[in-house]
Design a protein around this ligand. Structure first.
Ligand code: TMP
Ligand code: ASP
Length: 237
């Protein structure tokens, strides 16, 4: 199924798909990192959980008419996707204040934003993924002004769909990070993954954190909370 290893990231390996030009195999690893790789660990089963969770979420987005790079889940830890050129932006959407924005801007954790906030971070490990503005994004990436607007519109539409999806399984979608990629034809589509690694997900009733913050903050069992997310998504699918 897979041929040459093209890239190894912190949580996934990316392979050229064997005999299928323009397609990639994403292989999810068991590794978890935080604080730009300063904190590291490995958890048996994490790769499978994120592959399955991300596959279910991308499928749900397809059903709502959102185009993504996802083609199909191949097995426990791998999925087939359309090859895109990743635009080096981490597009963060926030519905509730948590994480870096609380420290950066002094906003109290759990503050609800009336209108979702979008932030761009420059995807660059050496620089520690700094927060940037639209003008920096235009300077640092191939995206045009119209494409930057399109990315923001898509991020807000994805937020609406994900909020509905998570609400239906009694989870508050606090915030999340998206990446977009350019297909060979030039179209920009949602790429990368959507999983508890890349979202903050709080139980709507108890506020329990069901995402990578349990690892970042050392407050819980990563595998148990990822299993809970998968269980609720599977019950809904
Ligand atoms: P932040 O509050 O640390 O800026 O994170 C915002 C959201 O983005 C949160 O859901 C976690 C996610 N995220 C990633 O997916 N990758 C990253 O490297 C970082 C820093 C955050
Ligand atoms: N993904 C980032 C890292 O490894 C940070 C994070 O998710 O908190 O280091």
């Amino acid at each position: 199924m897979k041929a040459e290893l093209l890239y190894e990231g912190k949580a996934k390996r990316v392979y050229q798909a064997e005999g299928k030009s323009g397609q990639l195999v994403l292989s999810y690893k068991n590794d978890a990192t935080a604080f730009n790789g300063v904190k590291k660990d490995s958890f048996d089963g994490k790769g499978r959980l994120n592959n399955e969770i991300s596959s279910l979420i991308f499928t749900a987005l397809h059903e709502k008419g959102i185009e993504t790079h996802f083609i199909e889940r191949l097995n426990e830890t791998e999925q087939m996707v359309v090859q895109t050129e990743i635009i080096p932006l981490e597009v963060v959407v926030r519905n509730v204040a948590s994480g870096s924005i609380t420290k950066r801007l002094g906003i109290e954790e759990k503050t609800h934003f009336d209108k979702p906030l979008i932030e761009f971070f420059y995807k660059n490990d050496e620089l520690g993924d700094p927060l940037i503005n639209d003008e920096h994004a235009l300077y640092l990436t191939s995206a045009t002004p119209a494409e930057i607007d399109e990315i923001k519109e898509k991020a807000l539409e994805i937020n609406k769909q994900l909020m509905d999806l998570f609400q239906s399984i009694n989870i508050t979608l606090v915030d999340f990070k998206l990446e977009f990629g350019r297909k060979a034809c030039g179209t920009i589509v949602l790429s990368d993954e959507i999983s508890p690694d890349t979202c903050r997900l709080w139980d709507a009733a108890t506020g329990e954190k069901l995402d990578k913050d349990v690892f970042r903050q050392g407050t819980g069992d990563l595998i148990e909370v990822y299993k809970e997310i998968l269980k609720r998504l599977e019950a809904k699918a």
